[in-house]
Design a protein around this ligand. Structure first.
Ligand code: PLP
Length: 431
C-alpha cells in the first residue's frame, strides 16, 4: 500500500516503504547484504542489460538506500535519486556525470570550502575547468558560458554570507543553452525546493540536516526528471552519445522504458559502479531515522535561529548579525522568494573586538559544541578565521565573508532559553 500525500510531514514517514513484505516490520529494515540471489541466468542478464530493474550488488543499489532515495525524491518533487557515500561524492559525481576532460562548468563563488577545493583543484587536475562567478549577478553565468560548458552549480543557502542563490534566474539562462543547474540544497531541505524554481539536479550532504543527529556521513543526487537532455545533443554528449562503458548505450534512449531518468541512471550504472562511493545500508537506516523527523526539526531550527538573530542584534558586543532576516534589497527578495519554508538554522555574527574575542567566545561556550559541522540537532559553533578558513589569506577570508571576529552558529533544537543563556555568558566572557 502506498500513502499519497503532498505534505512533507507525511512523505518523510511513509514514502517508499510501508511495511516489509517478508516480515511486516514497520521500521525500514537494514538490508545488510553485499549481493542478491538471481532467480535465473535470464533474470541476471536482464538486470545487467537494464531490461529489468532489480538488485545486483550493494555498491550500486540496496533496498535500505532505495527507501531513502525514494523519500528524498518525493520530498523534492523529483523523478529519482542516487545515495552516495558523502556530500562530497554527490557534488563530484553530479558534475562528472556530464563534464569530461576538456569541458567546463560555471559555479557560484559562494561554496562550502570542501566543494571549493574539489572544484579549484581536483576537478581541474582531472581536466574539468570550474569558472567561478559572483552569484549576485545571475548574468555572470551567461558571460562565463562557452560551448564546452556542461553545468551550472550553486548552493541554495551558502554560509558564511547566507545570501540565497537566484535559482530561477540562473536556471532560465541555463535552459536557453541546454545547461542544467545543479543546486546543493544541504542547508535548506524543505525550506526550499529547487526543482520548483527550475533547477535540474539537487545534491545533498545528508550528513547535515537530513540525518540530523551527527552520526553518519552520506550524500544524495536527485534528478528532477524535467531537464530536456535530448533537445541538446551537442551540449550534453555524455547523455546523448554511445557510452562505451555500457555497451554503447545512449542514455536518453536506453532509459526511455523506465522514465525521464537518463541522468541518474547513468550516474548509478557507470559512475557509482566505477568510483564506488557506496552509501552503507546501516548509514541509510540512520539517515532515514533522521529524515522521519526532518519537518519537525527544520521548524525548530528556523524558530530558534530567528530568536538567536534577534538576541544578537541587540547585544552590545556584536557589530553585525548575518541571517536572512537581517538582509535588505535583492538579498532579502531572494530569501523571501526561495526560502518559503523558513529562513534556516544558520546564524553568523561579528564580534566588535575581533579575532581574539572570537576565540575567547568559542572557548567559553558550554552548551554549543565547537565542531566543523552544521545541521545537527545540537547547537554548534565555529570561529572560521582560526579554523576552517585559516589557510586563506586575510583578503581571501574577507572575500568569502569571513572577518576576524566572525563566528558561525548552527542553531540546534534545544530549548531557546538555554541556547541564549549560553551565548550570553560566552559573549560576556569574550568582551
Ligand atoms: N555541501 C555543503 C553545503 C556542506 O556544508 C558540506 C559539508 O560540510 C558538504 C557539501 C560535504 O558533505 P560531506 O561532509 O557529507 O561530504
Amino acid at each position: 500500500m502506498t500513502v499519497n500525500s503532498k505534505n512533507p510531514e507525511t512523505i518523510a514517514l511513509h514514502a517508499g516503504f510501508r511495511a516489509d513484505p517478508a516480515t511486516g516490520a514497520v521500521a525500514v529494515p537494514i538490508y545488510q547484504t553485499t549481493a542478491y540471489q538471481f532467480q535465473s541466468t535470464e533474470h541476471a542478464s536482464n538486470l545487467f542489460a537494464l531490461k529489468e530493474l532489480g538488485n545486483i550488488y550493494t555498491r550500486i543499489m540496496n533496498p535500505t538506500c532505495d527507501v531513502l532515495e525514494q523519500r528524498v525524491t518525493a520530498l523534492e518533487g523529483g523523478a529519482a535519486a542516487l545515495a552516495v557515500g558523502s556530500g562530497q561524492a554527490a557534488s563530484a559525481m553530479a558534475i562528472q556525470n556530464l563534464a569530461r576532460n576538456g569541458d567546463n562548468i560555471v559555479s557560484s563563488t559562494d561554496l562550502y570550502g570542501g566543494t571549493w577545493n574539489l572544484f579549484a583543484n581536483t576537478l581541474k587536475d582531472q581536466g574539468v575547468e570550474v569558472r567561478f562567478v559572483d552569484p549576485a549577478d545571475p548574468e555572470a553565468f551567461r558571460r562565463a558560458t562557452d560551448d564546452k560548458t556542461r553545468a551550472y552549480y550553486a548552493e541554495t543557502l551558502p554560509n558564511p554570507k547566507l545570501q540565497v542563490f537566484p535559482i530561477a534566474e540562473v536556471a532560465a539562462i541555463g535552459k536557453e543553452f541546454g545547461i542544467p543547474l545543479i543546486m546543493d540544497n544541504t542547508a535548506a531541505p524543505l525550506l526550499c525546493r529547487p526543482f520548483d524554481h527550475g533547477a535540474a539536479v539537487i545534491v545533498y550532504s545528508t550528513t547535515k540536516y537530513i540525518g540530523g543527529h551527527g552520526t553518519s556521513i552520506g550524500g544524495m543526487i536527485v534528478d528532477s526528471g524535467a531537464f530536456p537532455w535530448e533537445d541538446f545533443p551537442e551540449r550534453q554528449p555524455a547523455l546523448n552519445s554511445p557510452d562505451p562503458s555500457y555497451h554503447g548505450a545512449v542514455w536518453v534512449e536506453a532509459v526511455k522504458p523506465i522514465g525521464p531518468v537518463a541522468y541518474i541512471i547513468k550516474a548509478r550504472t557507470t559512475l557509482q559502479r566505477d568510483l564506488g562511493a557506496a552509501f552503507s545500508p546501516f548509514n541509510a537506516f540512520q539517515v532515514i531515522q533522521g529524515l522521519e523527523t526532518l519537518p519537525l526539526r527544520m521548524r525548530e531550527h528556523c524558530r530558534n535561529a530567528q530568536a538567536v538573530a534577534d538576541f544578537l542584534k541587540g547585544h552590545s558586543a556584536v557589530s553585525t548579525v548575518i541571517h536572512p532576516s537581517q538582509q535588505s534589497g535583492e538579498a532579502k527578495k531572494r530569501a523571501d522568494t526561495y526560502l518559503s519554508g523558513g529562513l534556516g538554522g544558520l546564524v553568523g555574527f561579528e564580534l566588535k573586538a575581533g579575532r581574539d574575542a572570537g576565540r575567547k567566545f568559542i572557548d567559553s561556550l558550554k552548551l554549543f559544541y565547537h565542531v566543523a559541522n552544521i545541521g545537527d540537532a545540537r547547537s554548534l559553533a565555529i570561529h572560521p578565521a582560526s579554523t576552517t578558513h585559516s589557510q586563506l589569506s586575510p583578503e581571501d577570508q574577507l572575500a568569502t565573508g569571513v572577518s576576524d571576529g566572525y563566528v558561525r552558529l548552527s542553531v540546534g533544537i534545544e530549548h531557546i532559553d538555554d541556547i541564549i543563556a549560553d551565548l550570553d555568558q560566552a559573549l560576556t566572557a569574550a568582551s
